[in-house]
Each structure stands twice: as C-alpha cells, then as structure tokens.
Design a protein around this ligand. Structure first.
Ligand SMILES: [Zn+2]
Length: 121
C-alpha cells in the first residue's frame, strides 16, 4: 500500500470527491497507465482518456472490467454508480452513461487523487 495524503485518504477511503478542475492528472495526456493511488493496481489506460469538460479525469472504459467494481450509490439524493478498485476497495469515482457514443457511451468520472500515473517508456 502506498502512503496517502490526507486529501487522498478522504477521497479514497471516505468516498470523497476532489474539487472540479483541481486534479493533477486532469490534463495528463501522455501515453501510459493510470494506477490505483492506494495499491498500485492497473485501473485505466491513456487510450481511454478523454476531455469530458467535467473537471475530472474521464475515461470511456477501464483497462480491464475485472479490475474495477461497480456499486449502486444512493447518497446525496441521487442514484449513481460508484466505481471502486477491485484490489483494495478504494473509492475512485462514478460512471455515467453520457460518454462518447462512438466509444460505448460510458464516462468513468474519476478523482485524480485516487490515481497514480506511470508513463510508457
Ligand atoms: Zn487499489
């Protein structure tokens, strides 16, 4: 397990949300892998990242559907689908069905604080 900052702990283990447009990885556009900030598990790849305009890193699909878990989240008076890391259970964000239609229509809206980035060589 990696050492988390207090802000990361609040998001990952407290199911928090970072402020929009605050994430370091929001504009990360290099080729590489997005890993769980807490346990290092592979979660997303750069080829699925797109600019949704939402203010959070957005992906059309996970690196492998087996690497994440989806849960129904009824907090805050909304019905949403929470995305967590399959390996450590850490909170990543939510998935919505308003993503790019030509890429499957999904938008994984993920906190930058929940992710680490490993650029390809
Ligand atoms: Zn993890």
């Amino acid at each position: 397990m990696n050492k988390l900052s207090p802000e990361q702990d609040r998001v990952i283990n407290g199911k928090g949300t970072e402020p929009a447009f605050s994430g370091e990885l929001l504009h990360e556009d290099r080729t590489g892998d997005f890993l769980c900030a807490q346990c290092g598990y592979l979660l997303f790849r750069s080829n699925a990242k797109f600019d949704s305009g939402s203010g959070w890193p957005s992906f059309t699909e996970p690196a492998n559907i087996e690497n994440i878990e989806l849960h129904t989240d009824t907090s805050h008076g909304m019905i949403r689908t929470e995305v967590t890391c399959r390996s450590c259970g850490g909170h990543l964000g939510h998935v919505f069905d308003d993503g790019p239609v030509d890429k499957g229509g999904q938008r994984y809206c993920i906190n930058s604080l929940s992710l680490g980035f490993e650029p390809d060589e």
